[in-house]
Design a protein around this ligand. Structure first.
Ligand code: 6PG
Length: 472
C-alpha cells in the first residue's frame, strides 16, 4: 500500500539523516539504498521514527510505496551514479512525479538533466543542501533550482525540514534549471575561502607568534562573539581545543597538512573565470588546497630554501587585533566576489537569482552561516542591483575600518615568509578594484604592438592602433 508521501534514495550519512529529518517532521518516507543491508540497518536504527519509514529492497517496491504524484530525493554520489540512478528510476515514475537531486552536482549536469525532463510530464529539481550531517538531520540550508510549479509542490516538506533563522525557513526557490546547484557551488567556493583565510590567520599565530593550539583556540573563541561570529570560527575554536588520546597532544598538531577537495571549490573558480568575474579569494583557496596536497614537494623545497628568518615582531596582542580585522576584510572580499559571480551567472543563464534571499537562507543551517550573512542580506535588500557588495554603505564602512589591518598583516606575512595566498589576494583585489586609473593601458599597448589588437583612447571614440615603428 502506498502510504509514503516522499522517498529518499541513498542512505549514506547525508541521505540517512535527511530521511530521519523528514520523518521527524511528520512525513511518511520511503527509503531505498542500492546495498540492501544498508537499508535494513537504517530501518533497524530508526527507533521511534520507524513507524513513519518504509524500507524498500527494490526500486519497484520503493516507487509503489509512495503516493503519486511522488517527490523522490536522490542523495547519492554526484556524477555518473546520478545519471545511472535516473535511468533506472525514470521508467518507473509517472506523470507529475518530481525527482530531486540533492547531492553536490555540477550545475552544468543539472542543466542537462533538467532539459531531458522538460516536456516529459515529470519534473527535475537540482537542490543544493548544506550543513553536513548535523544539518541534514536537524535542518540544512536548502537551495532549490527547477520550475516554480515543481517547487510549489515540494515547498511544504522542504521548508519543514530546513533550518530556521529566527523562525524563517532557510529554504528557497532560486530559479530554473541549475540555479540551486550553482548557488550551492558558490556557497562551497566561499566556504573554501573562509576556511583558507582562517587557516592563514592560524598560521600567523602558530608560526609567527609561536602560540600553542589551546591558546589559539581561546583567540578564536573570543572572536566568535564579535563581527566574525560564525559556525566556521566556532568549530575552529572547538577543534583547536581537542587533544589526541594516544599522545596527549593537540589533535591539530598531528593531522597531516594535506587538504582534500571534492570539486565544488574548483568549479566555483572555473565558472568565475569563464564569466570573467574575479573570485581571487576562492581561486587562491582552491590553489592552496592543491599546494597542500604536494607535501613531498613542499618538504623538498623547504630543505632547499629553508624558512625565512622571523623579523622582530610587534606585540602579540597588536598582531591578534589586526588579524581579526584582516580576516573580516578578507571575508568582505570573498563574499563580494562570490555574490558578483552569482550576479553574472544569473544574467548569463537567465535565472534572476535573488541575492538577498540567498544571503537569508545562508544565515542558518549551512556551513558558512554567520552574523555577517545577516548584514549581506540587509545590504542586498536595500540595493538589490548593487554591482559589488564593497560599494554598499555598510560594507564600504567595514572596508574602511579593516583596510589598514589587512595591509599590515599581509605585509608582515610577506616579510616573514608566512603563506597568505587568500588574504593577500583579497588585498590585491581591493587595491585593483578601487583604482580608477589602472595599468591595463600598458597591456593594451603591448597587445596592439605584437598583435594589432587595437585600443581605445581617452580622448577619442573608436578603436585605434599605436605608431609602433611600423610594427603596430
Ligand atoms: C556543505 C559542505 C559539503 C561539502 C563538504 C566537503 O555545505 O555542507 O559544503 O557539501 O561536501 O564541505 O567538501 P570538500 O571535500 O570539497 O572540502
Amino acid at each position: 500500500m502506498a502510504e509514503a508521501e516522499i522517498g529518499v534514495i541513498g542512505l549514506g550519512v547525508m541521505g540517512a539523516n535527511l530521511a530521519l529529518n523528514i520523518a521527524d517532521n511528520g512525513y511518511h518516507v520511503a527509503v531505498y539504498n542500492r546495498t540492501v543491508s544498508r537499508t535494513e540497518e537504517f530501518a533497524a536504527s530508526a527507533g521511534a521514527l520507524s513507524g513513519r519509514i518504509t524500507a524498500c529492497a527494490t526500486l519497484e517496491d520503493f516507487v509503489a510505496a509512495i503516493r503519486p504524484p511522488r517527490p523522490v530525493i536522490l542523495m547519492i554520489k554526484a556524477g555518473g551514479p546520478v545519471d545511472q540512478q535516473i535511468e533506472a528510476l525514470r521508467p518507473l515514475m509517472q506523470a507529475n512525479d518530481i525527482l530531486i537531486d540533492a547531492g553536490n552536482a555540477n550545475f552544468r549536469d543539472t542543466m542537462r538533466r533538467f532539459e531531458t525532463f522538460e516536456g516529459s510530464g515529470l519534473s527535475f529539481i537540482g537542490m543544493g543542501v548544506s550543513g553536513g550531517e548535523e544539518g541534514a538531520r536537524h535542518g540544512p540550508s536548502i537551495m532549490v533550482g527547477g520550475t516554480e510549479a515543481a517547487w510549489k509542490r515540494v515547498e511544504p516538506v522542504l521548508t519543514a525540514i530546513s533550518a530556521k533563522y529566527k523562525g524563517e525557513p532557510c529554504a528557497a526557490w532560486l530559479g530554473e534549471s541549475g540555479a540551486g546547484h550553482f548557488v550551492k557551488t558558490i556557497h562551497n567556493g566561499i566556504e573554501y575561502a573562509d576556511m583558507q583565510m582562517i587557516a592563514e590567520v592560524y598560521g600567523v599565530m602558530r608560526d609567527h607568534l609561536m602560540m600553542d593550539a589551546p591558546t589559539i583556540a581561546a583567540v578564536f573563541s573570543a572572536w566568535s562573539t564579535g563581527p566574525l561570529d560564525s559556525y566556521l570560527i566556532d568549530i575552529t575554536a572547538e577543534v583547536l581545543k581537542v587533544h589526541d588520546a594516544a599522545t596527549g597532544r593537540p589533535i591539530v598538531d598531528i593531522i597531516v597538512d594535506e587538504a582534500g577537495q571534492k570539486g565544488t571549490g574548483r568549479w566555483s573558480a572555473i565558472e568565475s573565470q569563464m564569466m570573467g568575474v574575479p573570485a581571487t579569494a576562492i581561486e587562491a583557496a582552491v590553489a592552496a588546497r592543491s599546494l597542500s596536497a604536494m607535501r613531498a614537494e613542499r618538504q623538498r623545497a623547504e630543505s632547499r630554501f629553508g624558512v625565512p628568518m622571523q623579523q622582530d615582531r610587534r606585540s602579540g596582542q597588536e598582531v591578534i587585533t589586526d588579524l581579526e580585522k584582516a580576516l573580516l576584510a578578507g571575508k568582505v572580499a570573498a563574499y563580494a566576489q562570490g555574490f558578483a559571480v552569482m550576479a553574472a551567472a544569473s544574467k548569463e543563464f537567465g535565472w534572476s537569482l535573488p541575492m538577498a534571499t540567498i544571503a537569508r537562507i545562508w544565515r542558518a543551517g549551512c556551513i558558512i552561516r554567520s552574523r555577517f550573512l545577516g548584514e549581506i542580506a540587509e545590504a542586498f535588500a536595500e540595493d538589490p542591483a548593487v554591482p559589488n557588495l564593497a560599494l554598499t554603505p555598510a560594507f564600504s564602512a567595514m572596508i574602511e575600518d579593516t583596510d589598514a589591518s589587512l595591509r599590515r598583516i599581509v605585509a608582515e606575512a610577506a616579510l616573514n615568509g608566512l603563506p597568505m595566498p587568500a588574504l593577500s589576494s583579497a588585498l590585491g583585489y581591493f587595491d585593483t578594484y578601487r583604482r580608477a586609473r589602472g595599468t591595463a593601458n600598458l597591456i593594451q599597448a603591448q597587445r596592439d604592438f605584437f598583435g594589432a589588437h587595437g585600443f581605445a583612447r581617452l580622448d577619442a571614440e573608436g578603436e585605434h592602433h599605436g605608431p609602433w615603428g611600423g610594427q603596430g
